[in-house]
Design a protein around this ligand. Structure first.
Ligand SMILES: [Zn+2]
Length: 364
């Protein structure tokens, strides 16, 4: 067999392997956030009717197309995500195989598998499971020991040290961002020293929220639709209605008062005296910190900085786009994980070229 036919055959083999791995990643994406076991039941089942899917209906890519995205048993729609994840994994496996020497490619296959699971779980559930982030950080360190080239060195010891330091950097960079973001309130539950005046005032598309001397932007508190801020009040005035001894439960777009839900769009001002505030959990989850650590462990310290930079840039562009299209700012926030994933994968393929280009700028 001549060399090009051999190469073509091997590329097809890698692509199919990627699709099969993608099929397994779909199982992880579905089961990990629900705390279901990955290998029991061994057989995949339809999420709607629980019918165990026979192997001939569970072929990656092919089955989804043949069944036109429906369960063969009950006809329930099977999310396009299954097909998309298989196709994406197949293409990334192939691209990695064609871009890197075999040992590095093997490590990168593991890495993109983790990144794909993190991205799709985060998009749906706004969390990144520890199995992916902490597990990924450890996997990255082990991979660096096995393939020191990942950390641009020949020494196994140096590779592991760099991998550990890059993971620490990843965690710390986001920790600093996270802490800096908590200007107004550092804690989740804040007992105020005695009754404290508060005010919520509409300001264009957002609102200003003042408690005592602390002043902040309303949208800073809400990252997710389910985030809730509750305010225990001695008294509260909503536009013109006065309430005594109540707890206001705020969501990003509404407030519930004694069982009644009011849309914030219809309210101009809320003020009164508060005794306790409970703010939503952090806008950026700890999962993002651990995810960036895993990125560092696999790709090194420069990838950490690049992923944060590229991720924030893309995040701002998407934010700007949704603003232009007319969605409200405070409902348009997306989880940060997928942006970090985008930055990391971009670095994996183009990082070296980017560094060369950058150094060229410095010394023409
Ligand atoms: Zn079904």
């Amino acid at each position: 067999m001549d060399i090009s036919a051999y190469r073509l055959l091997f590329s097809i083999f890698v692509f199919v392997t990627g699709a099969v791995v993608g099929s397994f990643l779909n199982v992880c994406i579905y089961r990990l956030p629900l705390d279901l076991s990955i290998n029991r039941p061994r057989r995949s089942f339809c999420p709607a009717c629980k019918y165990p899917i026979p192997w001939q209906q569970n072929l990656p890519l092919v089955s989804w197309m043949l069944l036109r995205g429906r369960c063969a048993n009950c006809g329930a729609r099977i999310s396009l995500r299954y097909f998309a994840v298989e196709l994406l994994t197949a293409f990334l496996f192939l691209a990695i195989w064609q871009s890197f020497p075999a040992p590095v490619a093997t490590a990168y296959w593991i890495f993109v598998s983790l990144v794909i699971v993190a991205t799709f779980v985060d998009l749906e559930h706004f969390i990144i499971p520890d199995q992916v982030t902490i597990g990924g950080t450890v996997a990255g360190m082990v991979a660096s020991l096995a393939v020191p080239g990942l950390m641009d060195t020949n020494s196994r010891l140096a590779a592991v040290v760099r991998s550990v330091l890059a993971a620490a950097l990843g965690y710390l960079v986001l920790l600093i961002v996270l802490e800096a973001g908590k200007l107004a309130f550092g804690k989740k539950r804040i007992k105020l020293d005695g009754p404290t005046p508060f005010a919520w005032k509409r300001q264009g598309d957002d609102a200003e929220f003042v408690v005592g001397a602390e002043q902040s932007l309303w949208s800073d508190y809400f990252a997710r639709e389910k985030d809730r801020l509750s305010l225990e009040c001695d008294d509260a005035k909503i536009d013109d209605r006065i309430h005594n001894k109540i707890t206001l439960e705020f969501y990003y777009d509404r407030v519930s008062v004694e069982g009644q839900t009011l849309m914030l769009d219809d309210i101009d001002e809320i003020s009164g005296t508060a005794v306790e505030v409970v703010i939503p959990r952090e806008a950026m989850g700890r999962g993002d910190l651990k995810f960036l650590a895993a990125i560092g462990a696999f790709l090194g310290w420069r990838a950490v900085l690049f992923a944060v930079f590229a991720g924030s840039l893309l995040g701002s562009l998407v934010g700007l786009f949704t603003l232009v299209v007319g969605k409200r700012v405070w409902s348009a926030k997306l989880p940060f994980g997928p942006y970090l994933a985008f930055g990391a994968v971009t670095w994996m393929f183009y990082g070296q070229a980017f560094v060369r280009w950058y150094l060229g700028l410095l010394s023409p």
